[in-house]
Design a protein around this ligand. Structure first.
Ligand code: KIV
Length: 291
């Protein structure tokens, strides 16, 4: 069995130039597949709201829903590090709320770390407190989906010099506050490169070029399971939605034609036992009718 991945492992990977492989998961069976395939970090992302629950944005997913799915994921993992996403309005109110919710992920769902979006003054304080009590925190900069309305849509961040400098400063502040890693989402490659070079902690990119210390994608995008839209930065490695549709179509045909289930897929009794049981059931039925 491989050794469990920790914050120390990921920081060593950065120093050694070994890229970090990260993906999202929302349930037991997918977490098991990713873990077996050697994924280093599994994020129970709040993208769950969109790809698993059908909401238009990540806002609607609740702490209880995130906990429910995080529990399922941690049950399927033996090696990867599991990071749980703090959902919208689970940490923005005050430090106490943030600590209670981050603590629930570790205590009730066995998550190894939590992730939050942005580098506000409150976030930096939250990170310091959580790290101080032994809860590792992953940062998230660039396009931060919980701020979609404030940002005016899912847009590339850090295009201007001013925005790029702010992004670099924010990344440094997250590192100083104690984050073990930072996700960089939808930022120009040149900015991601600068951040990656300036930080000692690893950057994990999504739509940030191949210059980051690792890459993350939403697994349902990579596998072609979620097909409502396809972000430009996604590479599809399978067309699961099509494969599933074909398989279900064949099942429907087999049910209608009575080809399914066949004898091997049924519980047939030996002929004599079957005949006897049939007769007995028939007599029971007849007796019932007489009564
Ligand atoms: O929620 C999520 O899946 C994420 C990743 C896209 C980084 O935050």
């Amino acid at each position: 069995m491989s050794k469990a991945v920790s914050t120390i492992t990921l920081q060593k990977y950065k120093r050694d130039g070994r890229k970090i492989v990260a993906l999202t998961a929302y349930d037991y069976s997918m977490a098991k597949i990713l873990d077996k395939a050697g994924v280093d970090l599994i994020l129970v992302g709040d993208s769950l709201a969109m790809v698993a629950l059908g909401h238009r944005t990540t806002h609607a997913v609740t702490m209880d829903e995130m906990l429910h799915h995080t529990r399922a994921v941690t049950r399927g993992v033996s090696t990867a590090m599991v990071v749980a996403d703090l959902p919208f309005m689970s940490y923005q109110v005050d430090i106490t709320q943030a600590i209670m919710n981050a603590g629930r992920f570790v205590k009730e769902a066995q998550a190894h770390a939590v992730k939050l979006e942005g580098a506000t003054r409150l976030n930096l304080e939250i990170i310091e407190r959580l790290v101080g009590m032994g809860i590792p925190v992953m940062g998230h900069l660039g396009y931060t989906p919980q701020a979609i309305h404030g940002l005016g849509g899912a847009r590339v961040q850090g295009r201007s010099a001013e925005e790029a400098v702010k992004l670099i400063d924010d990344a440094r502040a997250l590192e100083m506050a104690g984050c073990f890693s930072v996700v960089l989402e939808m930022v120009p490659t040149v900015v991601a490169k600068m951040v990656t070079e300036k930080l000692k902690i690893p950057t994990v990119g999504i739509g940030a070029g191949n210059v980051c210390d690792g890459q993350i994608l939403v697994t349902d995008d990579l596998l072609g399971k979620f097909t409502d839209f396809l972000p430009r930065f996604v590479r599809r490695y399978a067309e699961l939605s099509q494969i599933c549709e074909d398989a279900v179509g064949r099942y429907a045909e087999d049910v209608k034609s009575t080809d399914f289930p066949n004898a091997a897929e049924s519980f047939l009794l030996p002929k004599d036992e079957e005949e006897l049981l049939y007769k007995l059931l028939h007599m029971e039925g007849a007796a019932g009718e007489v009564c």
